[in-house]
Design a protein around this ligand. Structure first.
Ligand SMILES: O=P(O)(O)OC[C@H]1O[C@H](OP(=O)(O)OP(=O)(O)O)[C@H](O)[C@@H]1O
Ligand SMILES: Nc1ncnc2[nH]cnc12
Length: 171
């Protein structure tokens, strides 16, 4: 099965000139979504993670079922102000300005081996921030994976962890 057959592209979303890669159609097709989770499992199981980390919000979608499949916990990296209790923050640069991601302070035990998931890698800024945040709270980041990788933006080059993607597009 070709997962690309189940990714919808939407021109000019969320702004003119952006071609949006929409995984809604993949999620809506149980067999294709099962195949996607299986492919992620094949890549991630050999890393033997203790915990999976999903990046808000579309990263939660592959990370949560995969954690169940692997029999490990799942935790969330979220935008600032969304998580209750004590949180650790990491600020990162955007094209214009900056943003802050957070994780709960007790979400990762020191030295725990984690794998970080998102739906899509573009510039890599979001995943890079999640990797750095995870390392800040003491995680051993064994790897990171996305369903979709947009090539030509150098996204994977700035990542301080082994990176895997299931499908890629030249943009
Ligand atoms: O590699 P980058 O250039 O950082 O872009 C990729 C990020 O952008 C999208 O998230 P978005 O901020 O749209 O949030 P969402 O998942 O809540 O829709 C996507 O889900 C990744 O997290
Ligand atoms: N082109 C794109 N499609 C979907 N999600 C994205 N996140 C960043 N760029 C994106």
């Amino acid at each position: 099965m070709d997962l690309k057959d189940h990714i919808r592209t939407v021109p000019d979303f969320p702004k003119p000139g952006i071609l949006f890669y929409d995984i809604s159609t993949l999620l809506a097709h149980p067999a294709a979504w099962r195949e996607c989770v299986n492919q992620l499992k094949t890549i991630i199981a050999p890393m033997k993670p203790d915990l999976l980390i999903g990046i808000e919000s579309r990263g939660f979608l592959p990370a949560a079922p995969l954690a169940l499949e692997l029999g490990v916990g799942f935790t969330m990296v979220r935008k600032k102000g969304k998580l209750p209790g004590e949180c650790i923050s990491h600020e990162y640069d955007l094209e214009y300005g900056s943003d802050i991601v957070q994780i709960q302070a007790d979400a990762v035990k020191p030295g725990q081996k984690v794998v970080i998931l998102d739906d899509l890698l573009a510039t890599g800024g979001t995943l890079r921030a999640a990797i750095e945040l995870s390392q800040k709270v003491g995680a051993d980041v064994a790897g990171a994976a996305c369903i979709i990788e947009l090539l030509g933006l150098g996204g994977r080059d700035g990542l301080n962890a082994p990176f895997h993607s299931l499908i890629s597009y030249e943009i």
